[in-house]
Each structure stands twice: as C-alpha cells, then as structure tokens.
Design a protein around this ligand. Structure first.
Ligand code: NAD
Length: 387
C-alpha cells in the first residue's frame, strides 16, 4: 500500500480496514442497523432491506439486520428522538442505514426535542464528519432531469460536505434583545483541523476519480471561509497530481446549472453543502435518486437517502426507494469492503431502469410505473439473477 493509499483508510475511516480483516478470517458476518424513521422512511428502508438480504443470499454472507427507533417514531414510543438503546445498537454495528425523520405531527416541539435532533445527535455521536453525496445521472433518466440533455448528459460529481461543524453547530447561538430589538444569532465556526480532516476525504476520493477538486467557500466575505481556503490549499499541496480550484458558493450555485460536467469532487462546508447538494439533486431529476454516506473515524458509518420523510406521499407505495438502495450500495462498499456486491446493486438499478420501470417521480412517456415494493422486487430479481 502506498502512503497515499494508507491515507484513504485514515481519511475514510477504519471501517474498510475492519471489513478487510473480517474477510481474511472468512467470517463474512456483518451487523447492520436499519433505522426506518418517519414518513416514507419505513417504506424505502423495507426495500433496501430486501436488497441487502438478496445480496446476502447471492454472495453467501451473513448479515444481521436489526431495526431501531429514531425521529418522530422514537418520540411517540420512547419520548425522545434518539433513545439510548438505538445509539448503543448503532455504536456496536458495522454500519447504519437510515430512512428519514420528521413530519408536521412533531413540528410544535422545541428544536432539541424534534425528530431532526435525533438525526443530528446520531451524526455527532458516530463522529461522522464527511458527508458524500454522489450525483450521477443514469443514462436512461437523462430526460427526467430538470436540465437539457446536452447540458446534463454525462454529469458525474460528488459533493463532499463537512457535517459536524459550521453554522449548524457553532456557539454562541440563540435569541436575545439588543437595543430593544429581538435579535437572533448563529455562529459559523471552523478550526484548521476540521477543514483539513474533511479536505483529505475530498482529495482521496478525487484520486480514485477524475482528479479534480473544487473547493467552495465565500472567502471574499467570511473569515471562516478564508481559513477554509488556506487549509484546503495546504492539503492540496500534499496531492500535487490532483487539480485544485476554488470557487465562491454563489458562482458554484450558478455553474452547477450552467455546466455540471466541469465538476468532479465538490468540497465544501456544512451549510453550503446542504444547499448545493439539493440543487445538484435536480440534475438527476428526483430527490428519490440520491444516496449519501456519512463517514468518520469511528466503527459505524451512516448511510441515508438525501431526501426527507416526504409526508405528502407517505404510506401510498409510491415513494422511490432507489436513493436508499443506492445508499445501501455505498454501505456495502465503504463500511463492509464488499465492492463486487456494491457494484451488483448499482448494476441492478441500472438494469431495472433500462428495462423501463419507473416510480412515479421519474416517470416518462413510454415507461412502466411501478410502486415502491414492486421496484424492490425487481431489484431483488436482478441481483439474484446475477446479471
Ligand atoms: P422531502 O425531501 O421530504 O420532500 C421534498 C419533495 O420531494 C416532496 O415533494 C416529496 O414528495 C419528494 N420526495 C422526497 N423523497 C421522495 C422519494 N423517495 N420518492 C419520490 N418523491 C420524493 O423534503 P420536505 O418536504 O422539505 O421535508 C419533509 C419532512 O422531512 C420535514 O419534516 C423535514 O424536516 C424532513 N427532512 C428530513 C430529512 C432527513 O431525515 N435526512 C431531510 C430533509 C427533510
């Protein structure tokens, strides 16, 4: 292993190494926690669970899938959005696959008691600081994109978003009265260590892709962005064969729509990444297609679709499960080191789409609409068939 490759394990967590050791011992047993959550969460997790069981059968692994409570479902049953036993289960697992949390039913609760607090708490407890959001356009879905075919065809990028720092967590934060005015305050704060840690993930990813990192900031205005740019440049100096360019966030928002093919790895801080990755989602036509992985140095990483709990379509068997299934593929690759199996899941998604099956959100003239569960069944068939 070259020093740079050794860095991959450092940057992308110890999980890959752990999976490697298990494979050597030929144990092939992995503990995966499923957290369905709220809204469409249980529906999409059910299909991803079916897909994981198909992989287990096809490749003779032993997966122990255990369900836990999080979000509104946990509030209803245990009074808190992240019960202690859920957290313990996740910490002892090899990987966690989450559906989505939230819904109007819990909107009256104060911020730290709401379903979303459960998810933020889980990310913090698992110390997952790098959120990877690949945006890849499946050829058969080009016409589902919000952009013209000639602009979007071939787009293939990954947003690497810092996940545990920045304005969402910075202190001080709150409301007070100043000069007789009700005033609200948030703090955007980063340390050099935090920036360099996530930057390495971006550069390592780029090393296995098209070798281009675009670091996104607002260094013309924000102090935290000036530090961001300095620290990313320092890490960039360790990777002379990877091209680094810097872009202001407002320009990046525009360039993603104007010419998305210019991007390979987009590296950015927490809030900018939150916004840009949702914008980038529209390249693929639907939020229902976008997976994500949240990685850290701890044992268990967290995998989840980019979309929320979609209460407007929950319980009707019309949600698109592909974002969650593709998140499960990332879980197989990054946490369990099962690269062939991950590719088999992604291949099954490509095949089913090529055959013309679509959930409602990605429907186009001449294709066949299927429900959430039927889409899962089609994927299972493809995986077991092993094409
Ligand atoms: P959303 O992502 O739930 O839905 C936005 C739109 O996309 C809706 O029209 C929805 O029907 C559609 N959509 C989402 N997922 C889909 C899928 N799998 N298949 C087909 N269509 C899909 O965002 P929102 O409406 O802003 O938020 C709804 C709830 O979800 C809120 O309570 C919010 O706080 C929560 N939320 C949770 C997460 C998370 O758990 N990670 C992320 C975002 C929002």
């Amino acid at each position: 292993m070259t020093p740079m490759r050794a860095h991959v394990y450092q940057a992308l967590g110890t999980n890959v190494g752990l999976a490697g050791k298990r494979r050597c011992l030929n144990m092939q047993e992995f503990r995966i926690v499923l957290l369905p959550g709220d809204g469409v969460g249980p529906e999409v997790i059910r299909e991803a669970g079916k897909v994981l069981l198909a992989v287990e059968k096809k490749y003779s692994h032993r997966f122990t899938l255990t369900e836990g409570l999080i979000g509104g479902a946990a509030i209803d049953s245990a009074g808190v959005p992240l019960p202690g036993d859920t957290l313990e289960l996740c910490r002892e697992s090899d990987a966690v696959l989450l559906g989505a949390v939230g819904g109007a039913k819990w909107d009256y609760l104060p911020g730290d008691k709401r379903p979303e607090a459960g998810l933020l708490g889980l990310r913090k407890a698992l110390q997952v600081f790098a959120n990877l959001r690949p945006v890849r356009l499946f050829p058969s879905l080009v016409d589902a994109s919000a952009l013209k075919r000639q602009v979007v065809e071939g787009a293939d990028l990954v947003v690497v978003r810092e996940l545990t720092g920045g304005v969402y967590f910075g202190q001080p934060k709150g409301r007070f009265t100043r000069d007789g005015q009700v005033t609200a305050l948030d703090t955007m704060v980063y340390t050099r260590f935090e920036v360099k840690r996530v930057a390495r993930v971006g550069f390592e990813l780029a090393a296995g892709r098209r070798r281009r990192v675009t670091s996104v900031d607002k260094a013309n205005v924000l102090e935290s962005s000036k530090l961001w740019r300095e620290a990313v440049t320092e890490v960039g100096n360790e990777y002379p064969d990877i091209e680094l360019n810097h872009m202001y966030v407002d320009n990046c928002a525009m360039q993603l729509i104007r010419d998305p093919r210019q991007f390979d790895v987009v590296l950015t801080e927490n809030m900018f990444g939150d916004i840009l990755s949702d914008e980038a989602a529209m390249l693929t036509g639907s939020l229902g297609m976008l997976p994500s992985a949240s990685l850290g140095h701890g044992r268990a990483s967290l995998y989840e679709p980019v979309h929320g709990s979609a209460p407007d379509i929950a319980g009707r068997n019309i949600a698109n499960p592909l974002a969650t299934v593709l998140s499960a593929a990332m879980l197989l690759r990054y946490s369990l080191g099962l690269h062939e199996e991950a590719a088999a899941v992604e291949g099954a998604v490509t095949k089913v789409l090529e055959k013309g099956y679509r959930t409602r959100d990605i429907f186009a003239e001449g294709t066949t609409v299927v429900g959430t569960a039927e889409m899962g069944d089609l994927l299972v068939e493809e995986i077991l068939r092993g094409t």
